[in-house]
Design a protein around this ligand. Structure first.
Ligand code: PBG
Ligand code: ZN
Length: 327
């Protein structure tokens, strides 16, 4: 006698009955890149199907998303002016605050999350204020600024705040500021285990946020994690839980499936994964080259994140995946 696994794989209905993991349109968060102006919808060369958009285009896009059943977006901003501290991000008339108010006015049913960081807003491209001696980000001054930025987003109507800068103590600082201002019910989704990854390359094209070489460190290795570290990734997420994060995150996703499972097994909090720009672009370019069945590889990748332990998937594929799930 031997076990016949195949017995349960023959009838397609039985295969469906026995499927352990499912993808749903409810799992997705779709990223938006906002800039000022009107009628702007500029495709990013390295990310086919992803655009920098002005507010009018974003509002139209929200209609498209709702038709597909996508109810949740994460906003990134490209400001008109960048400076050393990222002032646009701390101003109630900055690109995110303005965009947020208009989205919530036209689409009150859309759940709008804001990415909280400074790399898109600083002229040097780092995720905070530079310490002239360290030549990289000053943690504690940046905490004050992150708290200010969080309050701007909260007041402009954000439904959830997602700090992505990997500063130590950021969740505690932001939570304290939000609570003191009365935003006790505003959830925080922390980019809790975020690696210094080359997979962010195409995002930095669209967000125009690469750290500039020169007088400062030209990478984010002094605040984002070493891709080789597993225990530290668990510790990072657990620390953010202790600081009051409501949802944790592993980012990137594809090369970090083990970390997704590790964090899943070490917390009861909901877990998000960020299926990042480079992961998206690889599939797009492989499809263009005719070497993969794009839809099949995309769905297999996405279900893989769920199987690894993700509850939420932030993905540039969300619209395409939602369309396939509707069939
Ligand atoms: C900002 C931020 C980045 C991403 C999300 N938020 C870039 C970075 O850390 O350089 C990456 C998203 C992607 O690659 O799709 N800190
Ligand atoms: Zn950043």
């Amino acid at each position: 006698m031997f076990t016949r696994f195949r017995r349960k794989r023959i009838h397609p209905v039985l295969r469906d009955l026995l499927q352990e993991t499912h993808l749903s349109v409810d799992d997705f968060i779709y990223p938006f890149f906002a800039r000022s102006g009107t009628g702007i919808k500029t495709e990013v060369a390295s990310m086919p199907g992803v655009y920098q958009m002005s507010i009018d285009e974003i509002l139209k896009e929200c209609d498209e998303l709702k038709k597909l059943g996508i109810k949740s977006i994460i906003l990134f901003g490209i400001p008109d002016l960048k400076d050393s501290v990222g002032s646009d991000a701390m101003c109630e008339h900055g690109i995110i605050a303005e965009t947020l108010r208009k989205i919530k006015m036209s689409h009150p049913d859309m759940f709008v999350i804001t990415d909280l960081c400074f790399c898109e807003y600083t002229d040097h491209g780092h995720c905070g204020v530079i310490d002239p001696v360290l030549k990289t980000v000053d943690n504690d001054i940046t905490l004050d600024n992150l708290s200010k930025q969080a309050l701007i987003h909260a007041e402009a109507g954000a439904d959830m705040i997602a700090p992505s800068g990997m500063m130590d103590g950021m969740i505690q600082a932001i939570r304290g500021k939000l609570d003191a201002a009365g935003f006790v019910n505003l959830p925080i989704m922390s980019y809790s285990s975020k690696f210094a990854s080359a997979y962010y390359g195409p995002f930095r094209d669209v967000a125009e946020s690469s750290p500039k070489e020169g007088n400062i460190v030209g990478d984010r290795k002094s605040y984002q994690m070493n891709p080789a570290n597993r225990n530290e990734a668990i510790a990072e997420s657990i620390a953010d839980e202790a600081e009051g994060a409501d949802i944790l995150m592993v980012k990137p996703a594809l090369a970090y499936m083990d970390i997704i499972r590790d964090v899943r097994n070490n917390t009861t909090l909901p877990l998000a994964v960020y299926n990042v720009s480079g992961e998206y672009s690889m599939l797009k370019m492989a499809a263009k080259a005719g070497v993969i069945d794009y839809n099949a590889v995309m769905m297999e990748t996405l279900i893989g994140f769920k199987r690894a332990g993700a509850d939420i998937i932030i993905s540039y594929h969300a619209k395409e995946a939602a369309a396939l799930l509707q069939k």
